[in-house]
Design a protein around this ligand. Sequence first.
Ligand SMILES: [Zn+2]
Ligand SMILES: [Zn+2]
Length: 559
Amino acid sequence: MSRLTCLRGGLVVDPTQSGGPTVRDLFFRDGRIVTPAPGEPADEVIDCAGRTVMAGGVDLHSHIGGGKVNLARMLLPELQRDGANPLRCTPHESDPCSLVTPGTLATGLRYAQMGYTAAFEPAMLPANARHAHLEMGDTPILDHGAYVMLGSDELLLRWMHAGVPFEQIRDYVGWTIHASKALGVKVVNPGGISAFKFNQRKLDVDEAHVHWGVTPRQIVHTLARALRELQVPHPLHIHGSNLGVAGNIASTLETIAALEGLPAHLTHVQFHAYGTEGPKKFSSAALQLAEAVNANPHISIDVGQIIFGHTVTASGDTMRQHANAGLANPRKWIGADIECDAGCGVVPFRYREQSFVNALQWVIGLELFLQVKDPWRVVLTTDHPNGGPFTSYPHLIRLLMDRSFRLEQLARLHPEVAANCALKDMTRELTLEEIAIMTRAGPARLLGLADRGHLRPGAAADIAVYRQDGDAEQQFTDPPLVFKDGLLVARAGQIVAQPVGATHIVEPVYDTSIDKRIRAEAQAHGGTPPQPISHDELCSCCRGGRILPVECLAAEEGA
Ligand SMILES: [Zn+2]
Ligand SMILES: [Zn+2]
């Protein structure tokens, strides 16, 4: 059954096509955007006059699987209300629930309600990859995928310490992507999670790991180079050193320098853009970081905006989560480790408007959004749930598009922050097109998803149709129509279908003989010999969802 559907007369906002937003018809058939033959009648015409039509949203950094979120759910039963109504509560109700870590069902439905059709888990431990894929496979509607964590794993550090040839490490990275069925690689506090286990409580970019002798600078460069040589489209996804520490802007700038021009994505940079100025020795370094991003076209970022209210922070960064545990609200936390791959820390937290630090964090995030010039290299995230739940995206979009609303919110914050920040004088209001870049076209491109994030013929018919009346927050909360691969999944906030999403992976070419060496190492050091996930297994643990490998970069680009 091949039905041609026409979305008639909407304002099509697709930043990948020249000419800007245009009122026109958009056609799709068999789950793909198409150009019909001249005069070909549509089987179904949907009137979209007075509506905005965009590709489905793509969240490139959202903790929706992978173990930590489950631990967070177990730690905080009092903040779960999924059973009552997974879709009702919003982060702005005084209600503490805020959907801080919604279950898999609510996650898929709530994203789809907002017009998002894909979300990517940024911190999958190799040893926990099966669980991560099961959890994402249990999340309806959304396409998904994950970045596998490397950089504090024993094998990498041991090999770097021993000075093995770079090619051996590159093949290990390729093997890890293959074995865990990842879309990319994330490094978290490079080397620091391991150093924590050797009683180091901080590890700056040029500080050596006390046991393995390697530095975060070496780890970042090695992994970034490996991904470049493996021609993986999404470059190294970096959660840098010293997350949350006053003055960490120096580490962040050093991390950019460590890349020596290699491409990389710096994640949740709001947490990495702090100075030490002012009476409280805690200040915004957003302008410095934005300048560095503007000057380095090989760097992309996502922001990790904080949103006031209750949430839970869940991170692989055991070192920093241990340091933050005293701030837990309510007062309980989890620290964990599996197979010496990396770590895990879960700390519940409440961001308060009247807290100087929290108010400044809010300001820094927005300053970053407004100061980085190229929207293709800034992705809209709250690092769900760390800065706040993804359900607050419509609110965040309004903050970026509407200066008077932004100033209204700013006036409610800690008075010292409100009076002195650079944000209060920033007049930029993001356009609908810039929002479309930061929430779909940009992240899709950064991940190498060639047929997502845009509406050109051949693209997947992942489409969100928004209202034009009301403020931006209202518009982006419950679009009248959301299609996933051409199937209507949400209508004005009501879920009408729950298809199974696809898994996006990357399959780099590497020397497979590395497998033997990895097994031998695991056996020699008392680990569990790793068992790669096969396509069949991935498919069954993701409920039969399609597996969609992204195309690797061309050789000349990757060289
Ligand atoms: Zn992180
Ligand atoms: Zn994160």
